[in-house]
Design a protein around this ligand. Structure first.
Ligand code: HEM
Length: 453
């Protein structure tokens, strides 16, 4: 091999094998068929691998050190992808903005997520979980995804927007579904323009229009009584002159509300669904959890004071977020040429950090596809005895999930309260994992819910 060729091979990420026939379509089809197997075949080529999806050229970073470099150490050399996954209605919100605009938004919104602030939501999270558990038990059987998203949306509405979301539930769900479908659509269809009246584009517009209707209602409701102490008031107050021209615009407020309605309930609901699914099929895990909550939770629902003693509940939660990371993957674009894991990642490369692959890589995890909360026995903080970014359900670095504390507290209180009040069983086995913009169950999981005495 000539010196030049050897040099190039060191610098360009390797290609996956068999890029013959229809290589551009091939990857997308293989991904749609089985995302886990697809990434395993990508990983056979190394820890930094270039592959194609539709006309997109992507670079997968599969080693925790590379993940850390992209998200943390060299965070400023990567931006959020320019096309916002085609989800235009979120493009002015915190999830998708960049640079100084993102920085200004993050600083403005961060106070809503300080620990002391989040702790004031514990009562709502716990009492709403008790009410949800009782409703589910009264119904006798529920579709888990629907039941959990009703719960997380109620909590979000009450804590961050100061409103009752029950009237808006269907519209928010339709909007969230439209966004989810759009951001996880088959990459081949990414090549079709958004204005084409394809069935997918029409579904997206319909769903988003309903979500916009909810946002208008929330804004109208709160403009009439603007003195609340929540996220909505914070955003509105900054436009009333206090922002001195640097506050959010009307379009930003709308985009921000949609961002939080979407990012704030869908992810947590997915995690809670998977946790209850696993409790319903693993009697040993359910028994250990019940023993803990029967000992710790003495009131009608789990409380802030109970949290330090809910060690096994915490393990169940960690394992759920490992095995079924709700965000599925994190995406960036290289702002300049960057060297990752010894390879040159050219400027503008679309970089993918697939959590669902890294979290099930057998270099870091024994029997990775097994749901086993006891793997966290005796470990104070993730990741335990492995590289730090072998586990990153909430991303990492300056753009880590702003709702992380909120979600972790909500999920812990909900799990402990539900386990205290009822028993969840079902006869679904080995439910397929649907990897899109979230890691969702590939079928409706209907569970039987019995009230515990
Ligand atoms: C289990 C639940 C959740 C998971 C697994 C999760 C996961 C994530 C991940 C991985 C990111 C980073 C994305 C990136 O770097 O590109 C993120 C960002 C974000 N999350 Fe979450 N999230 C959850 C719950 C929430 C909640 C409850 C909220 C709001 C109350 C929220 C709001 C956001 C926002 C606004 C961002 C963008 C932050 C920024 O870029 O500054 N998330 N989330």
């Amino acid at each position: 091999m000539s010196q030049q060729t050897q040099h190039d091979r060191q610098r360009e990420p390797p290609l996956p094998p068999k890029r013959t026939g229809l290589p551009l379509v091939g990857s997308a089809v293989r991904f749609a068929r089985d995302p886990y197997a697809f990434y395993e075949s990508v990983a056979d080529n190394g820890d930094v691998v270039r592959f194609s999806m539709g006309s997109y050229d992507m670079v997968a970073v599969l080693h925790p050190d590379g993940v850390e470099q992209v998200l943390v150490e060299e965070f400023e050399r990567f931006r959020k992808p320019d096309d916002a996954g085609g989800v235009d209605v979120l493009s002015d919100g915190l999830l998708l903005t960049d640079g100084e605009r993102w920085q200004a938004q993050r600083s403005r919104l961060q106070p809503m997520f300080y620990r002391e602030r989040i702790e004031t939501y514990a009562e709502t999270m716990g009492s709403y979980a008790a009410a949800a558990a009782d409703e589910w038990a009264a119904e006798g059987s529920v579709a888990l995804s629907e039941a959990t998203s009703t719960y997380t949306l109620r909590v979000l509405g009450k804590t961050l927007f100061g409103v009752n979301t029950d009237d808006h539930r269907e519209a928010v769900r339709a909007g969230a579904e439209a966004i989810r479908e759009r951001s996880s659509r088959n990459p081949v269809s990414l090549d079709l323009p958004d204005w084409l009246p394809t069935p997918g584009n029409r579904r997206y517009r319909r769903g988003v229009t309903r979500l916009e209707g909810v946002v208008d209602d929330l804004l109208d409701e709160r403009r009439d009584s603007p003195d609340g102490d929540d996220l909505l008031s914070l955003l509105l107050a900054a436009t009333d002159g206090e922002g001195e021209g640097t506050g959010p615009t009307e379009s930003e407020i709308r985009s921000q509300l949609m961002t939080f309605l979407f990012a704030g309930h869908e992810t947590s609901a997915t995690a809670l669904t998977w946790a209850l699914y696993e409790l319903g099929r693993k009697p040993e895990v359910a028994r250990r959890l019940r023993e803990e909550v029967d000992d710790v939770v003495t009131g009608p629902h789990a409380t802030l004071a109970d949290i330090p003693d809910l060690a096994y509940t915490e393990q169940v939660l960690r394992e759920t977020l490992r095995r079924y990371p709700p965000a599925a993957a994190v995406f960036r674009e290289a702002d300049e040429d960057v060297t990752v894991g010894g390879y040159r990642v050219p400027e503008d490369s679309y970089v993918v950090l697939p959590q669902f692959h890294v979290h099930t890589d057998d270099r870091w995890w024994d029997e990775p596809l097994q749901f086993d909360p006891s793997r966290w026995d005796g470990i104070d903080e993730p990741p335990g005895d492995r590289p730090e970014y072998a586990y990153f359900p909430f991303g990492g670095g300056p753009r880590h999930c702003i709702g992380m504390r909120f979600a972790r507290m909500e999920l812990k209180l909900a799990l402990a309260t539900v386990a205290r009040r009822c028993r969840v069983t079902h006869d679904h086995d080995d439910v397929a994992v649907d990897v899109g913009s979230t890691v969702a169950p590939g079928e409706t999981v209907r569970a039987t819910i019995e009230r515990r005495e």
